[in-house]
Write a protein that binds this ligand. Structure first.
Ligand SMILES: *Cc1c(COP(=O)(O)O)cnc(C)c1O
Length: 368
């Protein structure tokens, strides 16, 4: 399957053998206990819903194939990040985090991992790096493109510095998606992602996953998931696998919409600070183009103040104010309302799958 293009792999990844009378996509399996079917079956077949589910394995197969690693599914992006950090970190370890990445990750480390007395080093995603930044690190988590700033760092360079320090390198790949970027091929050890965003893409469920080239790490995460009990629901898993089939198509339209919007907004007198890694004039473009395989639909820009953002949302017919991103509906989120350290008029915009002309006209109309 890895010889095929993105669209083909999205449609077919994780599908079962074609058998007469079998569905293309088997439905979700709802089971707490499974029939044991006689003695001594434990370990061979599914026996309990917290330990195993056929739908998890199918989607893990699919996402693992797209990431080119062993995948473990989690009920949300934060469950994936939290379980990963708890599994890799020990008391007193040094953890390197993006200073400008997803806020809940910083908050999780600060509050939920406080008992580990970690030394936490926060580096800006677009900052100059040196070997010293990674000295003594046990885990380096990076996020590129970062959410919400859309800054980019060079994964291969960070991985080289971090590996020289003996650290494990994990990349939050949520914004890029497995089609946009393959961190494991760029030198990272682990990919972690919220599939709530573009992978599921319909704004109707939460899910996350970790992929790693190291089978033993995947097994440890699998065990941690089963024992912590933070397991994905079978129905959400099934919906996500169903949604994955159209990821390539959705990303294509979202990226086309983001490109058209970014080009139009750059020219607009009321708009400043437009950033989209696919924009040739974007400061992150060169690095992004070297390591990313395609662009997504998330851009950012600034309006003069909070009231201007509110006005834009009131006047728009197609754009809803909502947090999260990557869905088929276009949404805009004023990040300062959530406490991100950004200006009051900073907007993270998620271009949906509407027709490009309709969306651009709607947004420009709402800004006038
Ligand atoms: C949304 C998000 C998460 C958390 O994912 P959930 O599925 O909401 O738990 C983590 N990292 C990034 C970059 C995100 O955008």
């Amino acid at each position: 399957m890895s010889l095929f293009g993105d669209g083909t792999r999205c449609v077919h990844a994780g599908e079962p053998e074609a058998g007469a009378g079998e569905p293309f996509m088997p439905g979700p399996v709802f089971a707490a206990p499974y029939h044991l079917g006689g003695a001594d079956r434990v370990g061979e077949a599914d026996f309990y819903g917290r330990a195993g589910n056929p739908g998890w394995r199918a989607l893990e197969h699919a996402l693992g194939e797209l990431d080119r690693g062993h995948c473990v599914l989690f009920p949300s992006g934060m469950a994936a990040i939290g379980t990963l950090l708890r599994t890799l970190l020990h008391e007193g370890d040094t953890l390197v985090l993006p200073a400008d990445g997803y806020y809940a990750t910083r908050e999780f480390v600060h509050t939920e991992l406080s008992e580990l007395n970690l030394r936490v080093r926060r580096l800006p995603t677009a900052g100059e790096l040196s070997a010293e930044d990674f000295a003594g690190a046990r885990v380096v988590l990076l996020e590129t493109p970062s959410n919400p700033g859309l800054d980019v760092c060079d994964i291969a360079t960070v991985a080289e510095y971090a590996h020289r320090a003996g650290a494990v390198v994990a990349v939050d790949n949520t914004t890029a998606t497995p089609l946009g970027q393959r961190p494991l091929e760029l030198g990272a050890d682990v990919v972690v992602a919220s599939d709530t965003k573009a992978v599921c893409g319909h704004s109707d469920l939460l899910l996350g996953h970790v992929s790693t080239a190291d089978r033993e790490t995947a097994e440890r995460l699998n065990r941690a998931r089963g024992l912590s009990g933070a397991v994905p629901g079978p129905f959400e898993t099934w919906l996500a696998h169903r949604s994955l089939a159209t990821l390539d198509l959705r990303l294509e339209r979202q990226a086309a919409n983001a490109a058209a919007l970014a080009a139009a907004l750059v020219e607009h007198p009321a708009v400043s600070g437009v950033r989209w890694p696919g924009l040739p004039s974007d400061p992150a473009h060169e690095t992004a183009a070297r390591q990313m395989r395609r662009w997504g639909g998330v851009l950012r820009f600034e309006l003069p103040d909070a009231a201007s953002v509110e006005r834009m949302l009131e006047r728009s017919r197609l754009v809803s104010g909502a947090t999260s991103f990557g869905g088929v509906h276009s949404t805009a989120d004023r990040r300062a309302q959530w406490g991100d350290p950004v200006p009051e008029g900073f907007v993270r915009f998620s271009a949906g799958c509407e027709d490009t002309e309709d969306l651009v006209a709607d947004v420009l109309g709402a800004l006038d």
